[in-house]
Design a protein around this ligand. Structure first.
Ligand code: SAM
Length: 220
């Protein structure tokens, strides 16, 4: 997908940062609350939020051993730093980086959350692969996103899609295409937010088991 690139995202979120919480705060909060509810039930120890933005979703999550936020936009991260715990034993590390090339070792987190980021990143496929790589086997990936709708709204999404780059948002992502046929199981799907426009999907990560040296010897 070439309609969005990192420069376009940084530039869009430089513009959005001062008014993000006002424009995209309360209207998307019930989805963030639903995500926090799922997290509370899963009780992971090490959570990474990808596309942490102004910290509005991560701030709702119950405390765990490690909570970490990553975003491409310094303008958004500066706002997150003002609302998330700073220099305490519950400090939340905030990292400026690209979610499609995560600066973490494989299996570093037992939960990776993706609230409202898949429609924004240049390659949602690449971002999902990276989320899967840094998530432990048996860990969870939580996706909260607006996906392509049917009927009249779908028509509007198609009309808006050529403007993805200037809006910093791709309005017509297909969830079935994106989430199907991968090494995870879909544990739950819920519709959230006003008019049920957003999907919350809970995935359990089951990457294929890499062959061990023992396996190779047994085969010879
Ligand atoms: C719509 S905001 C969502 C922010 C937050 N999760 C929330 O609930 O409000 C999307 C965020 O994802 C970030 N983002 C988009 N693509 C990214 C990428 N490839 N790597 C890191 N952050 C990215 C943007 O900079 C922006 O802050």
């Amino acid at each position: 997908v070439t309609d969005l690139d990192n420069a376009a995202i940084r530039s869009a979120y430089r513009r959005y940062a001062p008014m993000y919480d006002w424009a995209f705060g309360p209207v998307l909060d019930s989805g963030r609350d639903a995500l926090a509810e799922e997290l509370q039930a899963l009780a992971p120890k090490r959570i990474l939020e990808v596309g942490v933005g102004t910290g509005r979703a991560l701030a709702r999550c119950a405390a765990s051993e490690l909570q970490c936020g990553l975003d491409l936009s310094m303008d958004m991260l500066q706002r997150a730093a003002a609302v998330l715990p700073g220099e305490t034993d519950r400090a939340v590390p905030l990292i400026c980086g690209d979610a499609e090339k995560l600066p973490f070792a494989s299996q570093s987190f037992d939960c990776v959350t993706l609230p409202y980021v898949l429609s924004v990143t240049p390659s949602p496929q690449m971002l999902l692969l990276e989320a899967q790589r840094v998530c432990t086997s048996g860990g969870h990936i939580l996706v909260l996103n607006h996906f392509r709708s049917g009927s009249l709204l779908g028509l509007l999404e198609r009309v808006l899609s050529p403007f993805a780059k200037s809006m910093g948002f791709r309005p017509n992502l297909d969830s079935a295409q994106l989430l199907a046929g991968r090494h995870w199981s879909i544990l739950k799907e819920r519709r959230v937010n006003v008019f049920n426009l957003t999907k919350l999907v809970v995935l359990r990560n089951c990457p294929p088991i890499a062959p061990t040296e023992g396996d190779a010897r047994r085969e010879t």
